[in-house]
Design a protein around this ligand. Structure first.
Ligand code: ZN
Length: 156
């Protein structure tokens, strides 16, 4: 069958940045599985998978506005270290604020931490190499739960 709304799609992938660095890959793992049309993967990839069938290999280039978004300069914030309640703050640390934003400490200098609230892949053009391994319709349970059951999905 062709990939259409509410299809469960399983695929192996490698994700590269424009310089060819591997950002993520399903290598050595089960194929990634998602329900098509529910916004579970980046929009640009979901669009390019539409209508494809199991066994298809494709390359998909996804611009930031169809991927993880452009970098928002307002999400780069310099915060005095005394605002962290005495905890040790180091570059690479991540924490979540009550509004569910995840912030990464980019740099600590001069008594301040530079925080980045953008997605780590914001502003990056994504280069996917995809091999679709399975396409089937989602079950009623999967649609009501909003996730895939079985290989590559939830086991419960
Ligand atoms: Zn479930």
């Amino acid at each position: 069958m062709q990939i259409t709304k509410n299809a469960v799609v399983s695929f192996h992938y490698t994700l590269n940045d424009p310089e060819g660095n591997v950002l993520d890959s399903s290598d050595g793992r089960e194929a990634f599985a998602y329900i098509h049309g529910m916004g579970m993967i980046v929009p640009g990839l979901e669009q390019q998978l539409e209508g494809k069938t199991a066994g298809t290999k494709l390359k998909a280039e996804v611009a930031p506005d169809q991927g993880y978004g452009e970098v928002n300069p307002e999400l780069m914030q310099k915060v005095p270290l005394d605002r962290f309640g005495g905890q040790n703050v180091e570059a690479g640390m991540q924490f979540q604020t009550p509004d569910n934003m995840v912030w990464t400490v980019v740099e600590v200098a001069d008594g301040h931490a530079m925080l980045n609230g953008n997605h780590p892949l914001a502003g990056v053009t994504l280069h996917f190499n995809v091999e679709i391994t399975d396409v089937r319709m989602a079950t009623a349970d999967e649609l009501s739960h909003g996730h895939v059951h079985g290989p590559g999905g939830h086991h419960h």
